[in-house]
Design a protein. Structure first.
Length: 346
């Protein structure tokens, strides 16, 4: 029986660990801000564990010590012991919460915006010129890379690329309800409030792919309003940026040409933009370089032929209540042509 319980315990632990491969955690930072937040998170976690161990030890001590009858032990309402109630119920919580409050305020002061002093500060002039604007929609992220030169501006969606070792100043806003942008490995949360603009300064310290999430409940598909942050070496980021500035690549095979015709002449072009074509819809993600993205549907599914076909034809099954309708009018060959065209949009 013990051996069987051990096997089940190991199996359960393996499932739990496997389920955390894609987890978001504040305990491991990959940027200056996230590292500071991770230090506080570890302090809080360790303090909680130490407190829990002490409390369980005291409960165990009381359980095993209090034996017998009232003839052998003083009744519960007898004098004495009040000092421990004051210490455990008032003094200790007050001290712990005060320490956490002070540490939290100190942490906030290190992440200023608009020219305040701090390790990640920016000048007042720089603060007026964000590098990126992120707009939250139900339920996806529009990402505009800004530049004083309009010819060097472009728009993408749901996949945020950042150069390693360089603070990136980001303006955030919402197109509908309140959202909250959170990439735990790189920074804390920043709220997107209707009618207001907010700002955040993000810096990645090493290359990698980091999961982001909307951290404010915003409707039916809040859990699937995800983002992938890709931190790249400066030369790799420059190459990616140069590719993104280009218009859509021209189809090179008969299948891709047929797919392009279906896209620009059908319902897709009413909502989506593909630069270099007549498709100029503004209510859904820009698909000019969708083939280069790792995921679709706001980082909900892998960007491969199977999921792309399923997303086109039955988006409401994969992400109920999203604005993407089910497009079941395409035949099998037409759907394959359309997917081939989208996949070559690198």
């Amino acid at each position: 029986m013990m051996r069987r319980a051990t096997r089940w315990g190991i199996a359960a632990l393996g499932v739990a660990v496997a389920g955390c491969n894609d987890a978001q955690t504040t305990l491991e930072g990959h940027g200056p801000a996230a590292i500071r937040i991770a230090h506080l998170a570890w302090f809080m976690t360790i303090a909680f564990l130490v407190t829990a161990v002490i409390m369980w030890a005291l409960l165990a001590w009381g359980f095993y010590k209090r034996r017998g009858t009232l003839e052998e032990h003083a009744p519960i309402d007898s004098e004495g012991g009040e000092i421990w109630i004051a210490i455990g119920g008032m003094a200790v919580p007050f001290i712990v919460l005060t320490v956490l409050f002070v540490l939290g305020l100190n942490l906030l002061s290190d992440f200023p915006i608009h020219g305040m002093k701090g390790p990640m500060s920016v000048s007042a002039e720089e603060a007026m010129k964000p590098d990126i604007r992120i707009t939250g929609h139900q339920w996806w992220w529009q990402i505009d890379y800004l530049n004083d030169d309009p010819s060097k501006q472009f728009t993408t969606a749901n996949e945020l690329h950042l150069p390693v070792g360089r603070p990136v100043y980001i303006e955030v806003e919402t197109a509908d309800v309140m959202h909250s942008l959170w990439i735990p490995a790189l920074h804390g949360k920043v709220d997107l409030i209707p009618g207001l603009k907010n700002y955040i300064l993000i810096e990645a310290s090493q290359p990698g792919d980091y999961q982001g999430q909307c951290a404010e409940f915003c409707g039916a598909q809040h859990a699937h309003m995800r983002m992938l942050a890709v931190a790249q070496e400066p030369k790799d980021f420059a190459a990616w940026e140069a590719d993104q500035l280009k218009p859509a690549s021209d189809p090179s095979t008969p299948q891709e040409v047929a797919g392009q015709q279906l896209f620009v002449s059908g319902p897709c072009s009413m909502c989506h933009t593909v630069r270099g074509t007549t498709a100029g819809g503004r209510v859904a993600p820009d698909l000019t370089h969708i083939g280069s993205r790792q995921t679709i549907a706001a980082d909900s599914f892998p960007n491969n032929n199977g999921y792309l076909e399923g997303w086109i034809t039955h988006a409401q099954s994969l992400k109920p209540d999203c604005l993407m309708p089910n497009l079941t009018q395409f035949t099998g060959p037409q759907l394959q042509d359309l997917v081939a065209y989208l996949r070559q949009l690198q």
